[in-house]
Design a binder for this molecule. Structure first.
Ligand code: PMP
Length: 458
């Protein structure tokens, strides 16, 4: 595409398109990058630049770009039955087949799924189901849901209320009542004055304290991501989940594990719950379910909740026009079949995850890096002004955004959350492509250091 076309698209974009999670005015001043096509782990912009997509879109293109099988699944389903709903006692083959496949892959006690159009809608569904469950059980006062500060569960009103993103609450409040947030298990950011082990236990103890403050009889559920994604690829200390499980075992409270990012292989298991040995009552899913090719989400429901809703609940007044959309379901099913047939999830666990871990850890010697952590194919770098003390850069320097922009200019998509740099590449990335990703990251770190601390490589 010629320069002129890029300029024209940028102008139309500025004139008419309000982007998600964007400062509209400053984007208008800078102009958008126009992405026109993609293949494998690479995206291409309108100027012909090839860019390694270290984020798999928005943590979702697990199977990589350009899979013809998914195009074929969409096309043939659109020809056969482009749309029908599953309200009013109807169903259709792709939604049934996808439901069956999902329940095969999920932990053994999860045998039902409710479909939605996105991860946010999945979490709206979670809130409706959790409250409905306790009402059916004759405990309507069990209404409180405990989430975590800096957790992310979507951008609808219920999603942002369940999440603990302060800037979203400030713009979107008042939030849905009956939701409260406890501290997050973010050791680098909040716990370095103690061991990881102690910190993990303290964060789990905060859950018990909140349950006791609210009264067990008033608490419906605890919701958390296995590894916080949008909050900064925060892997909790090893002691955290076992201690949370101990707390939950003492009280009659549902566990909701938000698998929107961790699901479908990101951590080297089908679900993050399997990595951490969790038994969730509800699992919201989306993103990697269709590898982002078409929009679809859902909630996997454990037997305890499903049996109650089915046998004792009567009509559940909830659902979406696109719940179980035939073309989206057909693409998701094909995507899961390919992930399984090609052994992609096992490869993340046995080969690519450990390889990335080794290569990623090698970045820890860079003077800007306070911590380099990864699990499966998710990683984070903490940028610091002083490696010894872990002191951060002044906020006004926007070090993370600078590093992200330098990455992009240099042919790599990384995301920044404050001064934490994130990666979450497609699960089909090769070892060679991981090497390339590491090399590009180091170059961007060097350039960021040059700009921020006038540093020169030795
Ligand atoms: N939950 C988690 C853990 C997420 O990361 C996201 C999206 N980043 C959502 C829910 C919301 O999903 P969606 O953007 O599809 O509504």
């Amino acid at each position: 595409m010629a320069n002129q076309d890029t300029a024209r698209l940028q102008q139309l974009d500025r004139d008419h398109y309000l982007h998600p999670f964007t400062d509209f005015k400053s984007l208008g001043e800078e102009g958008s990058r126009v992405v026109t096509r993609a293949e494998g782990v690479y995206i291409y912009d309108s100027e012909g630049n090839r860019i390694l997509d270290g984020m798999a879109g928005l943590w979702c293109v697990n199977i990589g770009y350009g899979r013809k099988e998914l195009v074929e699944a969409a096309t043939s389903q659109l020809e056969q039955l482009p749309y029908y709903n599953s309200f009013f006692k109807t169903t259709h083959p792709p939604a049934v087949a996808l439901a069956e496949k999902l329940c095969q892959l999920a932990p053994a006690h999860m045998n039902r799924v409710f479909f939605t159009g996105s991860g946010s809608e999945a979490n709206d569904t979670v809130l409706r189901m959790v409250r409905r469950y306790w009402t059916i059980k004759g405990k309507p006062e069990k209404q409180w849901v405990i989430g975590r500060k800096n957790g992310y569960h979507g951008s609808t009103v219920a999603g942002m209320s369940l999440g603990g993103m302060a800037p979203m609450h400030e713009q979107g409040g008042p939030c849905v009542p009956g939701i409260t947030h406890i501290r997050q298990p973010y050791w680098f950011g909040e716990g370095r004055d103690m061991s990881q082990d102690t910190f993990g236990r303290e964060c789990a103890a905060a859950l018990e304290e909140r349950i006791l403050e609210l009264g067990e009889e008033n608490v419906a559920a605890f919701i958390a991501e296995p590894v916080q994604g949008a909050g900064g690829a925060i892997m909790p200390p090893e002691s955290y989940w076992p201690a949370v499980k101990e707390v939950l075992a003492k009280y009659d409270i549902l566990l909701v594990v938000d698998e929107v990012i961790c699901g479908f292989g990101r951590l080297g298991e089908w679900f993050g719950s399997q990595h951490y040995d969790l038994e969730p009552d509800l699992m919201p899913i989306a993103k990697g379910l269709s590898s982002g090719y078409l929009p679809i989400g859902g909630v996997l429901v454990g037997d305890r909740v499903a049996d109650t809703l089915i046998n004792e609940g009567g009509e559940f007044f909830h659902g979406f026009t696109y719940s179980g959309h035939p073309a989206c379901a057909a693409v998701a099913l094909r995507n899961l079949e390919l992930l399984e047939a090609e052994g992609i999830v096992d490869r993340v666990r046995d080969d690519l995850g450990p390889y990335l871990a080794k290569r990623w850890a090698s970045l820890a010697d860079h003077p800007l890096v306070g911590e380099a952590r990864s699990l499966g194919l998710m990683g984070a770098l903490e940028l610091v002004a002083d490696q010894q003390t872990g002191e951060r850069f002044d906020e006004s320097l926007a070090a993370g955004n600078l590093c992200r922009d330098l990455c992009f200019d240099n042919g790599l998509v990384m995301r920044s959350v404050g001064d934490t740099m994130l990666i979450s590449p497609a699960l089909v990335i090769t070892r060679e492509e991981i090497d390339e990703l590491i090399g590009l990251t180091r170059q961007a770190l060097d350039e960021t250091a040059r700009r921020l601390i006038r540093w020169q490589p030795a």
